[in-house]
Design a protein around this ligand. Sequence first.
Ligand code: SF4
Length: 312
Amino acid sequence: MNTIFGPVHSRRFGVSLGIDLSPSHKQCNFDCLYCELAPAATVDIQKSTPSVESIITDLQTALQEHSNIDEITLTANGEPTLYPYLKELVSEIDKIKKEKETLILTNSAALVDPKVFETLLALDQVKLSLDAVSTDIFRKIDRPHEKIDLSKLIEAVIAFSEVYKGKLFIEILFVRGLNNTTEEVAKLNAVLHKLQALRVDIGTIDRPPAYPVEGISYGELVDIAQQFDADLPINIASRVHAEFSQSSYSDEEIINTLDKRPLTPEDVEILFDPESAQRLLHMVETKKVEIIERAKLEFYVPRENLQRKRKK
Ligand code: SF4
């Protein structure tokens, strides 16, 4: 069974070839309400796995066909860190990847295993999911394997962030009525301050979920983004539920909004009416607002905000 898919084009991560470490069926230590795969009992070990040799053979063929990719992404029909030969696989990929970067998309739970922790340190990019920091909410949304302890998981995420030298991304997926409360966002905010993430992507359910749960609207994501402290690198990653809600912003409102939360050009397109967008462009031309790049995405940031940060 071919383990390689793509290339996949992503605004946030560029062009990547994916490696599915569980191509036969879902093998995961979570059974998230929002999973786009069918519901399945959780496991703490993957029993049906492709060999490292077969993956590398598939990857070499794919790399010959698609030379202009940015990343090789380790993912799975389930949780890629449960693949038992991950360390060996990463070491073999390193031998053939040249300038391409390795990326893993993980639910973070296996970071408590020292072997997985060490293996992830060797990757160029790591995206850790952290949907909730309250045990009851975490258990409801992510439906983890019984052996998983949330406080140990959070400790491992913080410890990883302290020593990891690559690009670290955090992803939080919001589910209506569960983790989108002011209290949970405040708790997530406190934990995010302990992490050295390059970017924190916040999103919601974009595809049919495993269980009958609902995502939140783009407007609600914007509200949540504003609840996080302004110095956290929050990015609204989900625009599927972006209702047409353009508003008029005065110069002062533009500066205040961007000071609290830098916005991408896509956010501006959804939130600003044409006159306000024009006012923003004028502010860029007159250097009141700058465009900065953060982990492949562009953000509008007031010049004064940047000057305050540069002085720190
Ligand atoms: S961690 Fe990923 S694969 Fe596993 S249940 Fe959750 S969404 Fe699905």
